[in-house]
Design a binder for this molecule. Structure first.
Ligand SMILES: Nc1ncnc2c1ncn2[C@@H]1O[C@H](COP(=O)(O)OP(=O)(O)O)[C@@H](O)[C@H]1O
Ligand SMILES: [Mg+2]
Length: 286
């Protein structure tokens, strides 16, 4: 039977992650159930799932396809309601946070597909949430959006481009600028480097690392990409068996004996991605 290490210390590993003492989680799911469907076709995606994310973390959420990673982000964002249990952001039910006046100033989300408004140019995509508030003159909104545009490494001349004329990497950057427009303390990323080539992926990781450090954000990131995971995450949470089954430092989680983890971390790609941190593993192979 698999031993469940539940949001707590992973024993026996060097550098085991210790949740901070006396710090309240920024995001917390308690005994969360998410169910879909009605009657006989009703099924649970999350079942008694527990999950804490602390301020300042970059938490990588991993799990097999269809295990409910995106659904968990949607719960945190308040787009879905728990069937049972609670999901809170800064102590408030996430559903309340999103329905409040300033949802975009509480949580930013980078959707898997980038999801820009195709009829709006870059600047208008970035400015969207602030403009919608209708409280500031348009010149001020535009200036603020220009600041965000440059923060994600784009140039002023990109402001008037349409989404259809952008590369994959630029779409991600615009989507990131848009998510950060209202300076939320919490950023959710769904497969941020999916679809980018290795160079684009490395550059986007670097940008995320800089922005995380500069803004002191808390980040929850779904990723299948081990390079992204090792480059960025302070902690990994593994979604399996309808729960967050393990959490811990990336190198510690990578050693756990569980079919998904072995497949994910110890396959060919996994060994390559871990080689730098294990120091010398790559050299032994060649
Ligand atoms: N709105 C919905 N209605 C019904 N089923 C859904 C809905 N959203 C997601 N699901 C189901 O929940 C499961 C988890 O989906 P998802 O979170 O998207 O997986 P992943 O871990 O790959 O991101 C899948 O079986 C999916 O079909
Ligand atoms: Mg998904």
């Amino acid at each position: 039977m698999t031993e469940v290490m539940h949001n707590r210390r992973i024993e026996g590993a060097v550098g085991a992650y210790e949740p901070p003492q006396d710090v309240k989680p920024l995001v917390q799911a308690v005994d969360l159930w998410t169910e879909f469907g009605e009657g006989a076709s009703r099924f649970a995606v999350h079942q008694d799932l527990n999950f804490d994310v602390y301020p300042g973390e970059i938490l990588a959420l991993v799990g097999g396809s269809g295990t409910g990673k995106t659904v968990l982000l949607r719960q945190i964002l308040g787009l879905l309601s728990p069937s049972r249990g609670t999901v809170t952001v800064d102590g408030r039910p996430s559903r309340e946070v999103i329905s409040g006046e300033l949802a975009a100033s509480q949580v930013g989300m980078l959707f898997q597909q980038g999801a820009l408004y195709s009829a709006f140019n870059v600047l208008d995509n970035i400015a969207f949430a602030l403009r919608e508030q209708g409280t500031l003159p348009d010149a001020v909104v535009r200036d603020a959006a220009m600041v965000k545009l440059q923060m994600v490494g784009l140039k002023p001349e990109h402001a008037s481009r349409m989404p259809a004329d952008l590369s994959g990497g630029m779409i991600k950057r615009v989507a990131l600028a848009r998510a950060l427009m209202m300076d939320p303390p919490l950023l959710l990323l769904d497969e941020p480097t999916a679809g980018l080539d290795p160079k684009g992926s490395d550059e986007f990781c670097e940008l995320l690392r800089d922005i995380h450090a500069e803004l002191g954000l808390t980040v929850i990131m779904v990723t299948h990409d081990l390079d992204t995971l090792f480059a960025l995450s302070t902690r990994v949470a593994v979604l399996a068996e309808k729960k967050v089954l393990f959490t811990g430092a990336p190198r510690d989680v990578a050693q756990i004996k569980h079919p998904f983890i072995e497949h994910f971390f110890q396959g060919e790609r996994g060994r390559r991605a871990m080689a730098p941190v294990q120091g010398g593993a790559a050299a032994e192979e060649s």
